[in-house]
Write a protein that binds this ligand. Structure first.
Ligand SMILES: Nc1ncnc2c1ncn2[C@@H]1O[C@H](COP(=O)(O)OP(=O)(O)OP(=O)(O)O)[C@@H](O)[C@H]1O
Length: 765
């Protein structure tokens, strides 16, 4: 084009027109000459345009031929691996011409013997230059699907990844394997950044030998969205034919319909627009159908076809099962006092994972700090802990990350800011100190355990009373209550296999196909046989008809509302059980608060005959079932979550107490409660077996072993509960006395604690 245009002869315009002072006939002559010149010039330009148009048509033909050739190449680059019925390409084979090299680099560079499901197919499609969407669970091994092909392709693979920690981790990991990987993030120094730019430009102009090429360049999405100079440098790399592919990690962040939308991700549409011929690979752990469609549209990718039968011109789609059989899920009752909860976690780690690395997820930064300090102290410094949350400085985060990878720090106590894509394969346990805000979050966070495929434990410490705190934190989140209810339902469920619970949740909430949970060995609805619920002994819990108790609770809620009072979960549980003498507070504001007496006998025929934990469990169950609802109240300092009658309440309260049991139209409410037992083994008895709790309780384990079920962790004897009830009932103040208990601790130290109505726990012993 440039050459052709240089033929164009541009006739200079006359510098000055004829003088107006000249005789008119001279002036007319001059104009005539000028017109002749312009006519000649226009004729020449038109001739040139014609030539250029002919040239453009020729170039278009060349381009179309090359495109057709490229499409043809997609299929026959392999020696076998013929497509299935429709003649598409089956990428899930090892019959491609590059397959031997792929396998050899897998072993020599990554020290991995065999591909996991989907990995080989995704690698093949990558080497073949296809657009790809790859959905694999957390820890499924997504990174390999672009890192390995990067070594087989000339040029650099650009990786867009959301988190600094993730990028640092990946670059570190690749450097250890001897792969030239760099990062360009906000934290990269100017000198380093200049050096990387220079190296990339040298690659673009062919001044850098192949062996010195940067193979992977990691950037954050902000770099693409905000740095024009980076895009212009990238254009040069593309023009030099040295950008082999663009990888977008956590690609679901592109879509507003997903759970983790990030505005900078949406600006990634610019990549396809600017570099239309560079293949794009989108990676994600969860990508429901509508998010997938949104993602394809935003990133300018074509509709998908299956990786085992990929049609020409489509985006090749891979997904592997979301079920990870090496993760063993358990929900454990969380002791009431903050200190006892820490001791329970410390005991668990010391007993089951004394030398392993793990994560403890906490709800708040303060919790993470407190838990880390407590675990260090309680273990006498044996469990080295670190703290990670959003407010820690970047250097501190990076340092902790390194220490954790090396094993100098064993346990990271963290908020959810920690973990997205963290590449530490041998995380043997993930404990949740508090209930996660959603099942999606729980799946992701717990999924950071056992990424190397080995057995690992996912323990959730749960007590219904934690609800108020978490609900208050989620008050402003759209759809937050529904997400929390699903999580509460999961945590309180003592019967359904955890794998099935996940499968049902995701198929319902994200329309993810049930088949996402099917593996070669098990179909989606087959129980895992190793989670707490699959291995739970029948007598470790009871399922009871609690219709009357639910009715009483709703009557209490209505009675308190009628006097202008409001109740939190803890207050409602106490009041319904007659604790604190049936007192509750009403009013507020200028009038100040005053105490009211609730005559339980008159309101609902007496006290609710359940233990404290049971009433709390039932209240949560009623929330999930919509007999109760949250009422958020914003004070100057915080959000308080009160409970009110839910939409289903009237279906129960319209009956009198007497008619409840006999009227066929009255709903029946059932609830599962953990059975309390005093039976526990001494520490020395337990030392014999170091395997984790869930494996002890697998079908076929001995009776004696099976006695060590969740129930014994509760370890509150009925007499003690009785005592507890008496103490709390006798209490004069609004505060109530509670007993906390430690888990799996032979000495079974009990502490007397006072827990105030707002849920704060004060040690008084
Ligand atoms: N084929 C394999 N065989 C054994 N280990 C593997 C294999 N592929 C990957 N791994 C290991 O599995 C772990 C998880 O891999 P990777 O970080 O790629 O997971 P991921 O899918 O990106 O997870 P996340 O979504 O959390 O980022 C890593 O330690 C990796 O080395």
């Amino acid at each position: 084009m440039a050459d052709d245009s240089s033929d164009i002869e541009v006739i200079p315009s006359p510098v000055a027109g004829p003088s107006k002072q000249s005789a008119p006939y001279l002036h007319r002559q001059a104009i005539g000459q000028e017109l002749t010149r312009l006519d000649a010039e226009l004729e020449k330009i038109e001739e040139d345009i014609g030539k250029l148009q002919a040239l453009a048509a020729l170039r278009r033909e060349d381009r179309d031929k090359l495109l057709a050739e490229l499409d043809d190449l997609s299929a026959p680059t392999k020696s076998k691996g013929k497509g299935k019925a429709t003649g598409g390409t089956d990428y899930a084979t090892d019959d491609f011409v590059w397959s031997p090299e792929l396998k050899s680099k897998l072993r020599s560079v990554f020290k991995i013997q065999n591909f996991r499901l989907c990995q080989e197919g995704a690698c093949n499609a990558n080497v073949d230059g296809r657009d790809i969407v790859c959905v694999m669970p957390t820890g499924g091994g997504k990174s390999l699907t672009y890192q390995l092909p990067a070594l087989l392709s000339p040029g650099v693979t650009l990786v867009i990844s959301p988190l600094l920690a993730l990028i640092t981790d990946q670059v570190l990991h690749l450097a250890e394997a001897g792969i030239a990987a760099v990062k360009l993030t906000g934290g990269t120094s100017k000198a380093e950044s200049r050096d990387i730019h220079n190296r990339l430009l040298a690659m673009a102009t062919g001044r850098l030998g192949n062996e010195k090429e940067i193979k992977l360049c990691y950037v954050t999405p902000e770099k693409i969205a905000k740095s024009k100079s980076f895009l212009s440098m990238l254009q040069k790399v593309v023009n030099g034919g040295k950008l082999s592919r663009i990888v977008i990690d956590e690609a679901h962040c592109v879509s507003q319909l997903g759970h983790d939308f990030r505005p900078d991700y949406q600006k990634l549409y610019v990549l396809r627009q600017t570099f239309p011929r560079v293949p794009i690979m989108a990676l994600s752990a969860t990508c429901p159908p509508q998010v997938l469609q949104d993602l394809l549209k935003t990133l300018g990718m074509k509709p998908v076809s299956d990786g085992a039968n990929a049609t020409v011109g489509s985006t090749v789609y891979f997904s592997s099962p979301l079920y990870r059989p090496n993760l063993h899920y358990q929900v454990l009752p969380k002791p009431a006092s903050a200190q006892a909860a820490i001791v329970a976690m410390k005991d668990y780690i010391m007993e089951h994972h004394p030398r392993d690395g793990g994560i403890i997820y906490c709800l708040t930064r303060k919790d993470a700090e407190r838990v880390a300090e407590g675990i260090m102290k309680e273990s006498g410094g044996k469990i080295k802990t670190g703290v990670y949350h959003a407010e820690r400085r970047d250097e501190e985060k990076e340092k902790l990350h390194l220490q954790w990878r090396r094993g100098d720090v064993k346990v990271v106590c963290a908020t959810i800011a920690f973990g997205l894509g963290i590449d530490k394969g041998d995380v043997r346990f993930v404990l949740h100190h508090s209930l996660p805000k959603s099942v999606d979050g729980y799946y992701q966070e717990s999924g950071r355990a056992g990424r190397d495929g080995k057995d690992s434990d996912c323990l959730l410490f749960f007590r219904p009373a934690d609800f108020s705190h978490i609900a208050a934190m989620m008050a402003s989140e759209r759809g937050g209550a529904a997400k929390l209810h699903a999580m509460l339902d999961f945590a309180q469920d003592l019967r359904e296999c955890r794998k099935i619970a996940f499968a049902k949740y995701f198929s319902h909430s994200s329309q993810l196909s049930m088949s996402s949970w099917t593996t070669a060995e098990k179909n989606a609805l087959a129980p895992c046989n190793h989670c707490d619920n699959c291995t739970r002994l029948p007598d470790s819990f009871t399922q009871r008809d609690v219709t009357l108790e639910a009715w009483q609770i709703l009557r209490v809620v209505d009675a308190v509302k009628a006097t202008g009072g409001q109740l939190t979960l803890a207050m409602l549980a106490d009041l319904a059980r007659g604790a604190g003498g049936g007192n509750y507070e009403v009013g507020g504001g200028r009038r100040g608060k005053e105490k009211m007496d609730l005559n339980l006998q008159a309101v609902c025929g007496g006290k609710v005959a359940l233990k404290k934990e049971e009433v709390e469990t039932l209240i949560v169950h009623m929330l999930v079932q919509r007999y109760l609802v949250e009422k958020y109240h914003q004070t100057a300092y915080n959000t308080v979550v009160y409970l009110g009658s839910g939409p289903l309440a009237v279906s129960l309260t319209r009956f009198s107490r007497d008619r409840l049991a006999i009227d066929a139209h009255a709903p029946k409410i059932e609830c599962c409660f953990r059975a309390a037992t005093r039976k526990r083994k001494s520490r020395s008895e337990k030392e014999g077996s170091k395997s984790s709790g869930k494996r002890k309780r697998q079908a076929g384990s001995s009776d004696e072993e099976e006695e060590e079920s969740d129930a014994d962790i509760l370890d509150v004897a009925p007499e003690e509960n009785q005592h507890m009830e008496e103490v709390s009932s006798d209490s004069e103040s609004a505060a109530q006395v509670d007993w906390s208990y430690s888990m799996r601790d032979g000495s079974s130290k009990r502490r007397r604690t006072e827990s105030t109505l707002n849920g704060d726990v004060i040690e008084i012993d």
